[in-house]
Design a binder for this molecule. Sequence first.
Ligand code: DGL
Length: 267
Amino acid sequence: MRNLPIGVFDSGIGGLTVVKSILKELPKESIIYLGDTARVPYGTRDNDTIKKFSVELTKFMINKNVKAIVVACNTMSAVALDEIRRTAGKIPVIDVITPTIEEAIRLKGTSVLGVIGTRATAHSRAFQAQIARHGKHYKVIQTACPLFVPLVEEGLVNGKVTELVAKDYLEEINKSNADVLILACTHYPMLSKVIRKVLRRTLKIIDCASPTAKYLKELLNDQNLLNLNKSSPELKFYVTDNPDRSFEIANIFFDGKFPGKIEKISL
Ligand code: DGL
């Protein structure tokens, strides 16, 4: 069991930001990644469609015999987590929302949380519901940024167009009294330079990658699932469309050292 891979999936290449942190936190683990690039973005679709796609990605991971699943997508975590868990059965499933909120709350002085994500994540109000469980005094200011995911998938992670869009999307949060900004979409860390540039300086930024990787490590440890084997782990990356393009963009995010090939599969 311990030697089996961890399954990580997203609607596209955004979940690779989570993979990067998992590689740092758990360097001995084998990983199977799937990005549904043929159907990205999910965040503009209705809940039934997101649930249907999420179940298909989960089934792919079950067939690959993974020991745990990381839903490296806020949209699926917000809308389809029950369906994913039901499909996964005994395989433990980790979402990206729970660890990220816990991390944001742990930060000193957090009381007003800015949250940016896809339209489906915003509509789900999953962040508001989970943050409220930590105390009624927390305030949430949420903005949907539907153009961010296509910009990343297009490789437009820098430049004037992206900056203009970011400025517009972040205006309300910039003017608010938010003290922390949660990047509630796993694609957004790829835009972090632009986001930092247009964001009010006093706002701290939190993304899902590192909190989720740490949470995963704890879970694997608790369930005696950590890989203790010394042989080198296997990393497999799959997308449902355009693997070369995905590789190009992913490679920028990995500073030219993307740790594998990206292959195309169909679901
Ligand atoms: N990376 C996904 C997320 O975290 C993007 C969703 C989409 O495809 O719109 O929400």
